[in-house]
Design a protein around this ligand. Structure first.
Ligand code: MF3
Ligand code: CO
Ligand code: CO
Length: 253
């Protein structure tokens, strides 16, 4: 990715808001389908159909060769899990569903981790802490602050709860381009990094692990799993830096 951070106009941020709301609505639509017995391909195909029916395009499909329309990342999968007709959701699984519709040229990128049936105590804690990490990262955003403030807030909370922060994948600038500058690490030091300015639009998408933060890439070239096979969870929003603070662009109704 290039180094230049584009500041979006009010008109463009309104476009991002429309795309972001569509992304959130898609997750709301998929949420009740996340039950034991369905496959990750079922989720993918419903997402693809719903996205088209709403006048949008699935950004992941064909992106750098990615073969499906959404990412479905179960248990030890950190991110970029590929939907598959043989992957049936099991009672007790956790699954991150990551969607990115493109509406009128602009990308809305968000994800949530869902429980399949009843989670184990550690899965329940990991998912709760990961969602809190996203919220704390968002709350660290203000004009005049630094990009490092975000990762510092996330890392502090995750590690205080006995979990670790994935290093190999980061948040990203997003607009007409899916992944652009700046990179947003989910770890680091407050006061470090580039200055946050009104009009910057990027994702915050912490991946938090039960055990080690280290990742391994599977032979499919996409699926990233934890090195120790323990659980990983993720939540993602697309946000804009405003004159006063921050706006979440991928909020549901
Ligand atoms: N939505 C993912 C993100 O949060 C990116 C998926 S890229 C794909 O950045 F090619 F794997 F779909
Ligand atoms: Co993203
Ligand atoms: Co995403």
């Amino acid at each position: 990715m290039g180094d230049t951070i584009t500041l979006l106009s009010r008109r463009e941020i309104e476009k991002m808001r429309q795309a972001g709301q569509l992304a959130a609505a898609l997750l709301d639509h998929l949420a009740p389908m996340v039950q034991p017995g369905i496959t990750t391909l079922d989720l993918n195909d419903e997402a693809e159909k719903w996205t088209k029916a709403h006048g949008a395009i699935s950004a992941p499909l064909g992106y750098n060769g990615f073969p499906k329309s959404i990412c479905t990342s179960i248990n030890e999968v950190i991110c970029h899990g590929i939907p598959h007709r043989k992957r049936v959701l099991q009672e007790g699984d956790i699954i991150n569903v990551d969607v990115t519709p493109i509406l009128d040229g602009y990308h809305g990128d968000c994800s949530r981790t869902f429980f399949v049936g009843t989670p184990s105590p550690v899965a329940e804690k990991l998912v709760k802490v990961t969602e809190e990490c996203l919220q704390l990262g968002i709350e660290a955003v203000k004009p005049g602050g630094k990009i490092g403030d975000i990762g510092a807030a996330i890392q502090k909370h995750a590690e205080a709860q006995g979990f670790s922060v994935v290093r190999d994948f980061v948040g990203h600038g997003i607009s007409k381009i899916f992944h652009t500058a700046p990179q947003i690490p989910h770890y680091g030091k407050a006061g470090k990094g580039k200055r946050l300015r009104p009009g910057m639009v990027f994702t915050i998408e912490p991946m938090i692990n039960e055990g080690t933060w280290e990742a391994v890439l599977l032979d499919d070239g996409w699926t990233a799993i934890t090195k120790d096979g323990k659980l990983s969870a993720q939540f993602e929003h697309t946000i804009a830096v405003t004159e006063n603070g921050v706006e979440i662009l991928t909020l549901g109704e």
